[in-house]
Ligand binder design. Structure first.
Ligand code: ZN
Length: 274
């Protein structure tokens, strides 16, 4: 692929991520996140109600405004949205490319908290209370925004979707004066994923990770850090979400959230030191 987006293919991103400057920056980000999380962890979380099926489209309208503003896009027609059904659309062959692409992990689609079907432009969600559902809805809607641009660049797709989750968690935390959104995102996504990516990076550079940055604070982190222990032995690496999240967290730290707007409008170039 020789176009603007080729600089974001998985190979280029992985190469840039392996730049030695990434290590101290990622350490700083994880440290910041741990500080924020430790202030929130004793607060009683209020995840709110599970939205009614008939209200999902209204929730999507709201999320869409926030995400469209984040990317600086307009005139995007909203996808449809619904809770998962036992027989998912993709699995009924209405989205043949989805089906083919995800066939080995069809089970994962059914198990996951959300999925975006690109052919039928449909978002499918697991029933969850607002505090955990809204970030997932924003994540899947991001894939709708990305659809016409770069459908096959997994690190970029998932990295940006994680950035949007982070952003919308902040927006809802402030708007509803409810830190559940922020805490949930740190606990389930940013902290475990960034720590795994950090450990992989340290292994690649053959340096000792900072012990306090790897100490698991939650059950999910414990579970994820076990994955990291196996990287060397199994010759594996962090998945798209982990790598994408870590890479774009670093870019945002260096250059601000505006990079996403510039990427979508094809103006942003990766810094030359990569
Ligand atoms: Zn995704």
């Amino acid at each position: 692929m020789d176009n603007y987006f080729s600089q974001f293919n998985d190979k280029c991103i992985e190469q840039a991520f392996l730049h030695h400057e990434m290590v101290p920056i990622l350490e700083k980000i994880i440290d910041n996140n741990m500080r924020i999380y430790s202030k929130l962890k004793d607060i009683t979380l209020d995840y709110g109600e599970v939205p009614k099926r008939s209200d999902l489209h209204l929730l999507l309208e709201d999320v869409k405004i926030i995400v469209d503003t984040f990317f600086g896009v307009s005139k995007i027609k909203a996808p449809t949205v619904d809770y998962k059904r036992i027989l998912e659309r993709g699995l009924q062959f209405s989205d043949f490319s989805d089906f083919l692409m995800f066939f080995p992990s069809a089970y994962n689609i059914l198990r996951s908290k959300g999925h975006y079907y690109d052919i039928s432009e449909h978002i499918s969600l697991k029933k969850e209370p607002r505090g955990s559902l809204i970030p997932v809805l924003a994540h899947e809607y991001t894939h709708h925004v990305q659809k016409h641009k770069f459908l096959f660049l997994p690190y970029l797709l998932e990295g940006q979707a994680r950035s949007v989750q982070r952003h919308i968690s902040g927006v809802y935390t402030e708007r509803e004066n409810n830190p559940t959104f922020l805490s949930h995102n740190l606990m389930h996504f940013d902290l475990p994923e960034l720590k795994v990516a950090y450990l992989w990076l340290c292994q690649k550079h053959d340096i000792a990770p900072k012990i306090y940055l790897c100490q698991p604070q939650t059950k999910k982190e414990k579970q994820y850090l076990r994955i990291a222990e196996k990287f060397k032995e199994k010759n594996t690496k962090p998945n798209y979400h982990m790598m994408g999240n870590a890479f774009f967290s670093v870019l945002e730290f260096l250059e601000g959230k505006g990079i996403h707007r510039d990427i979508i409008s094809e103006k942003y170039q990766l810094p030359s030191f990569f």
